[in-house]
Design a protein around this ligand. Structure first.
Ligand code: ADP
Ligand code: MG
Length: 384
């Protein structure tokens, strides 16, 4: 006969256990037997039955106490318990449910009643267990999906950074190469005295120090912030601009910063905030570079100010022609991009929104303005 589930029958009277066991086995259940409270607890933890039929009056430990202990142990807490007892008092039944029982059967029990109640509760239990597994499976899937998104957005940011480091290093690398060549020339022409040597070494050292510094800057930039701290919004935005404006200038785009005050400190994750600003200005750069109308000025204005309620706001406004109305409600969705695959991943704005709204509790919104788009970070949530 098929196995319909494993039932642990507990009673201090061996005859009762035997009777239950015969009846349940004939209906296709596997039956384990225990003759006292402690033995029941041990067997439950060891064999993990799918259901427990539990007598109330037992000499070593009563059924209520057994049930309480089962429920208090994370391993056995989920196993449904049906009480089976000669006590017919309503208060006893209520107590059984209070201890965590799912049902109550009165002695002397009828075979059919026991079998159908056990069957019903087992079905419920299996259903519940499979639902729980489904939920866990789905949650795990979602979590790994999100991790992948975070990973991809990091890769995208790193790709962007690599481009900028290469750009920043071009000039010092050139200078070093020229200095080395120059040293060799000086040697061939007998012009290499001590002073010449020192000055050349100084040039090379300066350049390598600069390269070291830029590499460190970029590394710090990508490092996740460990905890929320108070930081100066002006400094954070200024840092992004000074790091990236040479790179933007190369594409003919001016980054302009408008600070409407000098004491704008706020609590949040500074590195993530800088990454959001970088995401937004990178999008503006892409929009400006792909704009058909070449007549307008290529610029990105970044403003740090306060709204009428005194809360810090940061706006990033560009001259990239704005966002077409038909894609406006999709741009924050993961993987939505209007760019070719080698240019866009579609996760920049999704990550930015997550960082600003979920992680910091602020707000990121967008609107089209004259000639371009304006992204706006409002920090009023936090300070409400
Ligand atoms: N400043 C902007 N101007 C115009 N369109 C923009 C701007 N910022 C974002 N977009 C639109 O939103 C889309 C999604 O942006 P994003 O999530 O950063 O992904 P990606 O930059 O990889 O495409 C972009 O493909 C673009 O169509
Ligand atoms: Mg982007």
């Amino acid at each position: 006969m098929e196995n319909k589930g494993c039932v642990l029958a507990v009673d201090d009277q061996p005859i009762n256990v035997k009777l239950l066991s015969v009846q349940l086995q004939s209906a296709g259940f596997v039956v384990l037997m225990a003759y006292g409270g402690q033995e029941a607890l041990d067997m439950a933890a060891k064999h993990m039955p799918d259901l427990i039929l539990l007598d109330i009056m037992m000499p070593d430990m009563d059924g209520y106490e057994v049930c309480r202990r089962l429920k208090a142990n994370a391993i056995t807490a989920g196993i449904p318990v049906i009480f089976i007892s000669a006590l017919t008092d309503v208060a006893e039944k209520v107590n059984a449910f209070k201890c965590g029982g799912v049902d109550y059967i009165c002695k002397p029990f009828q075979k059919d009643e026991v079998i159908s109640r056990v069957g019903t509760h087992l079905n419920l239990y299996f259903l519940q267990r499979s639902l729980k597994e489904k939920v866990e499976e789905e949650t795990a899937k979602r979590r790994s999906g999100e991790q992948m998104l975070v990973q991809q957005s990091k890769m995208a940011a790193m790709g962007e950074m690599l481009g900028m480091i290469t750009h920043q290093w071009k000039q010092p690398l050139n200078a070093i190469a020229v200095t080395a060549q120059d040293l060799e020339d000086a040697f061939t022409h007998n012009e290499l005295d001590e002073e010449y040597l020192h000055s050349s070494v100084a040039t090379i050292t300066n350049q390598t120090e600069f390269m070291q510094r830029t590499a460190d800057d970029f590394r710090n930039f990508l490092r996740p912030s460990k905890e929320k701290i108070r930081f100066g919004v002006n400094d954070a935005v200024e840092e992004v601009i000074s790091m990236f404006s040479p790179y933007f200038a190369k594409s003919g785009i001016g980054l302009k910063l408008w600070l409407k005050g000098d004491d704008f400190t706020i609590t949040g994750y500074p590195n993530e905030f800088k990454q959001v600003v970088l995401n937004l200005i990178s999008n503006s750069k892409d929009a400006i570079l792909s704009r058909k109308d070449k007549g307008t000025e290529n610029k990105i204005d970044i403003t740090v100010g306060k709204d009428s309620g005194g809360h810090i706001t940061i706006t990033i406004r560009d001259t990239g022609g704005g966002i077409p109305e038909d894609v406006m409600d999709k741009i924050f969705k993961p993987y939505f991009t209007t760019k070719p695959p080698d240019k866009g991943t579609g996760i920049g704005l999704y990550m930015s929104k997550t960082i600003i709204e979920t992680n910091m509790g602020w707000q990121l919104s967008v609107s089209n303005v004259e000639g371009g788009a304006e992204f706006r970070i409002d920090t009023w949530h936090l300070q409400k």
